[in-house]
Design a protein around this ligand. Structure first.
Ligand SMILES: [Zn+2]
Length: 359
């Protein structure tokens, strides 16, 4: 294709004029596609820039709905979006921003079952997820199906971003071979500074645009380099990350990489419904100090950290209700209850806080 005489759309004039992008880079952006996994804080920051830049096709996958605690950092949403699916609400806002982009909203979880079609169907993948189970599944799937993954994570006052592409550099497991065990708070349980999420998501968008507009590597991306920001004293570092020859994932042949299914069926129920469950064991998956500070009467303490490191002995049963402080640790815990033979697994919506409020 001759890109010498591509007409410049005035919408993109400010970036097409950049020598690093130019009409050819703009045309490549328009012919490309991005999958954004998660429409939370990181997705809300990266998506407007990707759509604004004229990426041809953008898919957003998120199973959550907007609640008021999201609005502090998830800037695509407002009061009118409360209760709406995040994927659809984000798509509506983004379509208004740039109707030339084909935007698809998927109101579902990214999981081992839909990973292949979603990843193979896009050129660049942006990680906007907020939990380690999804981050590791997504990272492994991007190695298996050979797509660059623009990674970002924010906890509290610290953020990280990089680009993983196993063909050209390290993968997530070269850097951290296992997901952290023990109490791993996500944004729902730990605090997070909104503007730091915005910075990280914006950086992810910039890396994605560079990968798409300049695939021959004329601009250096974060492949092999990890950006770390501690916003407490605004100290940032970029450290080199090397491919590990013994990496548990990217040293394997792609066809042998196994994607761990994390799609255990867990039904969220409220405190009232929970009271009415017959023959149901009750498990508290918070850490021992949290359990000691107060728990639901009759609950057995089985901290997520002991489930994950294999120390916990799960009493047998078929039906159980699990809870943590606000709900975020139930899904990773549920995998272990399923493995122990439980056929019906319920989690307490809103966790112990909701139980107390209802009491
Ligand atoms: Zn690796």
């Amino acid at each position: 294709m001759d890109l010498g005489n591509v007409p410049v759309n005035e919408r993109y004039a400010k970036q097409t004029i950049l020598p690093e992008i130019g009409p050819a880079g703009q045309a490549r952006l328009g012919a490309s596609s991005v999958l954004c996994v998660g429409a939370g804080g990181l997705g809300c920051a990266s998506l407007p820039y990707l759509v604004g830049a004229g990426v041809g096709r953008v898919t957003i996958i998120d199973a959550d709905v907007v609640d008021r605690t999201n609005l502090q950092r998830q800037v695509l949403f407002g009061e009118a979006s409360l209760g709406q699916p995040k994927a659809a609400a984000a798509a509506a806002r983004l379509t208004d921003l740039n109707p030339m982009v084909e935007i698809e909203a998927l109101e579902q979880r990214f999981n081992a079952g839909n990973a292949e079609a979603l990843i193979r169907g896009h050129d660049v993948i942006v990680d906007g997820s907020d939990n380690y189970a999804t981050k590791y599944l997504l990272a492994d799937a991007c190695v298996k199906f050979d797509r660059p993954l623009v990674y970002g994570s924010v906890t509290g006052m610290e953020a990280m971003a990089t680009v993983f592409h196993a063909r050209r550099g390290p993968c997530l497991r070269c850097l951290f071979p296992q997901a952290p065990t023990g109490w791993v708070p996500n944004c729902a349980e730990a605090g997070v500074l909104g503007p730091l999420v915005g910075m990280t998501g914006s950086l992810q968008a910039a890396e994605a645009v560079k990968l798409l507009a300049s695939p021959d590597g004329a601009m250096n991306t974060l492949i092999g380099r990890l950006w770390i920001m501690d916003i407490r004293d605004t100290r940032q570092q970029i450290i080199a990350v090397r491919k590990r020859p013994d990496c548990p994932v990217c040293s394997q042949a792609p066809s042998t990489i196994e994607l761990l299914a994390d799609d255990v069926e867990v039904r969220e129920i409220g405190p009232r419904e929970a009271h009415e469950l017959p023959d149901c064991r009750l498990f508290d998956v918070r850490e021992p100090d949290e359990y000691a500070a107060g728990h639901i009467p009759g609950a057995i303490s089985l901290p997520l950290s002991t489930l994950q490191d294999g120390q916990a002995r799960i009493p047998s049963g078929t039906r159980c209700l699990i809870y943590c402080e606000s709900g975020a640790r139930c899904r990773p815990a549920a995998v272990h209850f399923k493995a122990a033979g439980y056929r019906e697994i319920f989690s307490l919506r809103g966790g112990r806080k909701a139980w107390q409020a209802a009491a």
